[in-house]
Ligand binder design. Sequence first.
Ligand SMILES: Nc1ncnc2c1ncn2[C@@H]1O[C@H](COP(=O)(O)OP(=O)(O)O)[C@@H](O)[C@H]1O
Ligand SMILES: [Mg+2]
Length: 148
Amino acid sequence: MKKYSRSDENVAMKLHYDVLRDDFSRAGEASSKIKNMLRQLAIDANILRRIAIATYEAEINLVIHSYGGSIDVYIKSDCIEIYVEDSGPGIENVELAMTKGFSTATNIAREMGFGAGMGLPNMEKVSDEFIIESERDKGTNIKMVVNY
Ligand SMILES: Nc1ncnc2c1ncn2[C@@H]1O[C@H](COP(=O)(O)OP(=O)(O)O)[C@@H](O)[C@H]1O
Ligand SMILES: [Mg+2]
């Protein structure tokens, strides 16, 4: 597995958040903390908006689709890297999952307003670099890069 590796080169700051499965009451908390932290660093509003979208959608997916996972944000001198990794269940067909409107969200998740099937397409759209890899039973790994 692992189509990408993490590089510590030029990292000014690292943020790490664990996200639990089905934790609807805290869904959005990690991405909100990331946004507030970056705002304090006076990061450009448009860059901030893109990172907020990418981390929010990633966090919701961890809550409603995964067994739980983590979000790591590497703040570098020329870009921000976001790593989203979970321990399962993995995505059967990544190409299909990337399709606008495709969703396997449960009725419970839909009742909470999730499951529009736009998370992955929007994560890719706001990223300068987007890598996703997933394996059934092993989990899903995503790397997103937003350049300054
Ligand atoms: N971390 C994940 N683990 C397992 N499946 C996932 C994960 N992220 C996304 N998926 C699958 O990809 C589909 C599309 O994701 P997304 O575009 O975010 O739409 P939505 O979350 O609204 O269903 C999901 O419905 C789900 O089947
Ligand atoms: Mg989603």
